[in-house]
Design a protein around this ligand. Structure first.
Ligand code: AMP
Length: 419
C-alpha cells in the first residue's frame, strides 16, 4: 500500500476550514497593508539558493531537494521564498517601481529535515517582503503584518524575539570578538560549535547543547558592537515599537540560520501548544541580498510564517474558524423521466449560483431523504411524475418538515429569496 512520503501529509477535508480561514485572513491583511502577490515557481536554479540562502547554512548544507532535470539543469525545490522573490524582483526590473515594492506569497516549501510534530519536509509558508527602503518604519511595518495576522487569527501566548545582527561594517568586528572569546573556551564547547566557529561563527549563539549554554551567556553581545548606523536603526525601531505599545523580548542569541540578514532579525514564538517546534514566524532585514544575486544594491526586509504551525496552535488553543459554505439543497427524484429532469434542474440551479446536490442512482425516496439529512441541506426538491405533469417541484423544508409545490419556472427566484 502506498503512503504519503515521510515528512509530507495530505491536507484532509476536515482541516479545510482552517486553511481557508488562514488564507482568507492572509489575503485580506496583505491587501490592507498594500502588499501584492508574487508567486515564484516551486523550483529554481540550485545556485540561486546556494547564493541567496548562504553556503554555510543548514538549508544549503543538508536540507535541499536538489535534482538534475532531463535537460541537465541543476534545480532545487524552493526551501524558502525570499531568494525566488528577489530573483523575480530583479528579473522584472521592479527597481523602477515606486518604493518600497511590497510583495507577498503563500505556498509550499521543501526541506529535508528530520520530521516531527510541527516539522515537515513539505510545509507551507506565507512570505511577506518590502523591498527598496532603509527606513526602520518598514521593519516596523513588516513586524506589524505578522502581529496583525496572529491577532486576526486570535492567537494567544506569542512572544516577539528581537535582535540586530549588524551589517558588513560592524558584524565582522563583532565576529572577531566572538571567535576570540570562544577560543578561550575551546575545551568546553560542543563538537558542532567547533565546526560552526570555522563555517558560520554567529551560529554558535544558536546552539542548544546544555554545556554550551553558560558559554553563550557570557559571550560578547552584538548590540554592544553595532556601528553608529546600525545602533541608530535599532534604537529607532525599538522606539516605534514602544510607541505602538508592542511588547517584545530583546534576544541577543537570535541570529537566524540564513546568511543574508543584516540589522533587524526577529522570530515569533508560541508559548504553548507547539512543543519544541515553537517558532511560528521568522524574518528580518537583508540589505545585501539583491546585490548578491546580481541586482542593484537594494535594501529589503521581510518575514516567513509557517502555516502548519499556526494551525496546530489554533487547534491547541481551541480557536473557532468559520464553516465552509456547503450546498443547501438536494434534488431527489422518482422514475426515469424525473431523474433526467433532476439532472438538468441541478445544473440550472448551479448555473444560477445556488449550491445544489443531485441524488445519484435511482434509490427509494426514503433513502434519498436520508441522504439529504446526512448532507444537512435546508431543502430537498422532489421531482416525480405528478410534479413533471404539473410543471412543478415539491420543496421540503427539512427542519420544519413541511412541503409545498413551487412552479419550476419560479423555483430559482423562490430559492434565492430564501437562501
Ligand atoms: P525559516 O525560513 O526557517 O525562518 O522559517 C520560517 C517559518 O517557517 C518558521 O518559523 C516555521 O513556522 C516555518 N517552518 C520552517 N521550517 C519548517 C518545517 N520543516 N516544517 C514546518 N514549518 C516550518
Amino acid at each position: 500500500m502506498y503512503k504519503a512520503v515521510r515528512g509530507t501529509q495530505d491536507i484532509l477535508p476536515q482541516d479545510a476550514p482552517y486553511w481557508r480561514h488562514l488564507e482568507t485572513t492572509i489575503h485580506e491583511l496583505c491587501a490592507r497593508y498594500g502588499y501584492h502577490r508574487l508567486e515564484p515557481p516551486l523550483f529554481e536554479e540550485t545556485s540561486l539558493f546556494v547564493r541567496g540562502v548562504g553556503e554555510a547554512t543548514d538549508i544549503v548544507e543538508k536540507e535541499m531537494y536538489s535534482f538534475t532535470d532531463r535537460g541537465g539543469r541543476e534545480l532545487t525545490l524552493r526551501p524558502e521564498f525570499t531568494a525566488g522573490v528577489m530573483r523575480g524582483y530583479i528579473e522584472h526590473n521592479m527597481h523602477t517601481w515606486p518604493r518600497p515594492v511590497k510583495l507577498y506569497s503563500v505556498g509550499p516549501a521543501f526541506r529535508y529535515e528530520a520530521p516531527q510534530a510541527g516539522r515537515y519536509r513539505q510545509f507551507h509558508q506565507v512570505n511577506v517582503e518590502a523591498i527598496g527602503e532603509q527606513d526602520p518604519a518598514v521593519d516596523l511595518e513588516i513586524m506589524s503584518v505578522a502581529w496583525d495576522l496572529y491577532e486576526a487569527l486570535g492567537s494567544k501566548g506569542l512572544s516577539f524575539q528581537l535582535n540586530s545582527t549588524g551589517c558588513p561594517a560592524c558584524r565582522p568586528v563583532y565576529i572577531k570578538h566572538l571567535v576570540a572569546y570562544y577560543e578561550q573556551h575551546r575545551d568546553e564547547i560542543c563538537k558542532e560549535c567547533k565546526r560552526r566557529l570555522q563555517r558560520n561563527p554567529l551560529r554558535v549563539l544558536d546552539c542548544k547543547v546544555e554545556t554550551c549554554q553558560p558559554i553563550i551567556e557570557g559571550a560578547p553581545r552584538m548590540r554592544e558592537h553595532l556601528c553608529g548606523e546600525c545602533a541608530k536603526h535599532f534604537e529607532t525601531l525599538l522606539g516605534y515599537l514602544d510607541l505602538l505599545g508592542r511588547s517584545y523580548t530583546l534576544n541577543h542569541r537570535l541570529v537566524r540560520g540564513l546568511d543574508y540578514y543584516t540589522k533587524t532579525v526577529f522570530e515569533v514564538w508560541a508559548e504553548e501548544g507547539l512543543g519544541a517546534q515553537n517558532a511560528v514566524c521568522g524574518g528580518g532585514r537583508y540589505d545585501g541580498l539583491i546585490e548578491e544575486l546580481g541586482g542593484p544594491p537594494t535594501p529589503g526586509v521581510g518575514f516567513a510564517a509557517g502555516l502548519e504551525r499556526i494551525i496546530l496552535a489554533m487547534k491547541a488553543q481551541g480557536t473557532a474558524v468559520p464553516e465552509l459554505v456547503a450546498p443547501q439543497l438536494l434534488v431527489a427524484h422518482r422514475g426515469t423521466e424525473a431523474k433526467t429532469r433532476a439532472v438538468t434542474l441541478t445544473s440550472e440551479l448551479r448555473t444560477a449560483g445556488i449550491g445544489a446536490l443531485l441524488a445519484f442512482g435511482q434509490r427509494s425516496l426514503r433513502s434519498q431523504m436520508k441522504q439529504a439529512n446526512r448532507a444537512n441541506v435546508r431543502f430537498t426538491l422532489i421531482l416525480g411524475e405528478d410534479e413533471l405533469a404539473a410543471g412543478e417541484v415539491t420543496v421540503r423544508d427539512m427542519a420544519a418538515g413541511e412541503q409545498q409545490r413551487v412552479s419550476l419556472a419560479e423555483i430559482e427566484d423562490w430559492l434565492k429569496r430564501r437562501l
